[in-house]
Write a protein of this length. Sequence first.
Length: 247
Amino acid sequence: MRTLADRLKSSREDAGLSQTLLARRAGVSQSTVANIESGRNQSSKHLLPIAEALGVRIEWLTTGKSPKSASAAVDVAPAERYKLAEDKGNVSVWETEGDLTDEAGEGRVWLDRYDYHFSAGSGLIQWEIREKRALPFNASFFKAIGSKPKDCKLATARGRSMEPFLFDRDMFMIDETKNTLRDGNVYAIYFEDEPLVKQIFKKPGGRILLHSYNPEFPDIEIGPGDLGGFHVVGELVYRSGSGFKSH
């Protein structure tokens, strides 16, 4: 099969799926599947979830040059697929003075700093991590924000869409357990496999609005039919940078 359109149509038919059913499983619209099968939208960002729904490798679907069958690791639940690396960016808590390093003060908690980058070369989200110097926080800080150190991660913002709340390369902390949406709060999310930091508003009819502070970037409205491609990583509970204070 020489083209992406041929490979997609053949795989879909082999799986006994209609365009509508494949679209539902992949969390995309039926027109997206139809467009790709007709030879349009060849570089669609929806190809990854479509490949996963079909159980084929994204490399094979796009190029035809790798084995067709996807590895078992690709077929994972969103909660596992988007989970932050367990051994990176974590918090270490010192409970007694003997546990503290010379640099840390009494009652301090240290969080390792990392830059998180994302790629989907193997069909899964990959974490490329560059370690930074750790930052200390008072243990009382976590009590004040209602979070536990073990549930928090530090990451780095990229891009301008949240200026002036978050500037490019500002640092922010998320609490992975705070993944139930509260209207107007800021969250680290994935939408259609793109990592984003957005203020989120709930809309009538089960719709969600992803708001950028920077007016140069349009808001994104997600309908109920597209929520399959939406995943909350955690709520932003702290940030360090040039932006103004959140409410």
